[in-house]
Write a protein that binds this ligand. Sequence first.
Ligand SMILES: [Zn+2]
Length: 141
Amino acid sequence: MSKQIPLAPGLFTWPSDEPALLGGRCGSCGYVAFPFREHCLACGLPEMAEVELPRRGRLWTFTTQQFRPPAPPYAGADTVESFVPYGVGYIELPQACKVESRLTVSDPAQLSIGQEMELAIVPFGVTSDGQPTVTFAFRPV
Ligand SMILES: [Zn+2]
């Protein structure tokens, strides 16, 4: 089996039995951002330090992606014909920030605002040289 590689570097710890998203916490004002960035969005200072974000949070809002997004930037292995709708939402991570994420379920009947969600690393596509890629998502707990 080929090694699964993250869709982009620096988004989450990988490989890991308990992967975590990698954000930044401002050393000056405490603001937390995802993904990591050098300068704080709140105070503008270059004081951000990389931190692992909580693996669990609450679903803040959600919707369903009903059609294949334009590619690029979308890089899924599916086609217009094989595309399967997926859930997208914001997860509010305690003492951190809100994270926009794919959800592991797309049926609105299985989702409700405020429910507990947990980080999951899921298959995504393949690189141009055939390596399988993974991305992050959140699943209901
Ligand atoms: Zn700051």
